[in-house]
Structures are given as C-alpha cells and as structure tokens.
Design a binder for this molecule. Structure first.
Ligand SMILES: [Fe+2]
Length: 193
C-alpha cells in the first residue's frame, strides 16, 4: 500500500505547532487539537511497533513528541482489556484524545470545589462513554477528571495531546462522604520504548 499521501505524525506535529503559535486561548487550542488528532488517527501506519506494545503490569505510556517550547506533548497509551487508570486530573492543562485501535471506556467527572487547600476535592460524575476506533474526545479544566479503561477483546491504543508536558497530575480516592475525594499528587512516568 502506498502511504505517501497519508497525513502522518510529522504533518500532525507541524500543524499542532502552527496551531499553538496562533491560538488565543485554551478553548481554541483544545478544539483544534481534537480536530487534528481526529485527522491523525484516520491512519495508523505512522505509529511504530515499539510504541504499540502492551505490558502485563498496567497500561503502557509512550512519549511520542514534546514541543521544545513546552506548549504541547503527544503520548500513546496501550491497554490490555481491563487495564485502567485511577481517577485523575491533568495538572490544569487541556487535553485531546483519540482512539487508534480498539475501544476505551471513559468515565468523566467535573471538579466542583477544592477543599482544605486542595487536599480534598468535590467531584461530580457527568457521563460514562465508550469511545471507538477513530473517535476523539477532549478535556478542559474543571471538566478534566476521568477514568480511562481499555475494553473489548483486543489491545486498545489511544493518542493523547496535552497543553504542556505533564510531569505530574492528581489522583483521587473516594472518601466516605459522597462526592468528596482525597487528592494525591503523582509523578508522571513514561514506558521505555
Ligand atoms: Fe487522562
């Protein structure tokens, strides 16, 4: 098959770079980033095999690109069916996500209130959706808290773009009182490619 005319990862990074240079605000960025992710995931030959490998220990997290001026990063996550994240946020930045292969279940929450200096947060569940191959989603604080889970009968591959290099994020554990969660900071790690 001739892939020469396909929109590939290099095209995507070029378009993303132009977009972050021109965009006025996060809302504009996330809408356009989601559109570009949608374009990128129409094909998948650009994603090398070493960035598609699942792991027994939990979902894999491969860094694909980081903007030299830290205006965005691109990662690939690879999930075996049933592997999932904890409930988490994205360190106050926007995100756009797309499914390259398989399906992902997304359970979305919105942040309502920060209590005791941010150690406890009030979250509200908004919706739970299944995102299929070649579909996309986006997140923008305070609607940026979610749980992702690979579902179906084969590995899932998802692409994620964030508005900066995510070095940390918060994970949330439910407390006895409904809607209240204990927030804990977590350092981000990448899987070795
Ligand atoms: Fe996330």
């Amino acid at each position: 098959m001739d892939h020469t005319n396909e929109y590939d990862f290099k095209n995507f990074v070029q378009d993303m770079t132009v977009m972050v240079e021109r965009s006025q605000n996060d809302n504009e960025c996330v809408v356009e980033a989601e559109r570009l992710v949608g374009k990128l995931i129409q094909s998948q030959s650009w994603l090398p095999s070493e960035k598609r490998r699942p792991s027994k220990e939990g979902y894999s997290r491969y860094l694909l690109y980081c903007d030299p001026e830290d205006r965005f990063e691109v990662i690939a996550l690879v999930w075996k069916p049933g592997q999932k994240t904890t409930l988490h946020d994205h360190d106050d930045t926007w995100g756009a996500e797309g499914v390259v292969a398989g399906m992902v279940k997304v359970t979305n929450y919105i942040g309502l209130e920060e209590l005791s200096g941010g150690n406890i947060v009030k979250l509200q569940h908004t919706d739970t959706i299944i995102v299929n191959e070649q579909n996309t989603g986006k997140l923008l604080p305070p609607a940026d808290c979610h749980i992702l889970e690979g579902v179906g009968n084969k590995p899932t591959i998802t692409i994620h773009v964030y508005g900066k290099q995510l070095r940390k994020f918060r994970v949330f554990t439910p407390l006895d009182e409904e809607g209240l969660y204990l927030a804990k900071e977590k350092r981000v790690e990448y899987s070795p490619a």
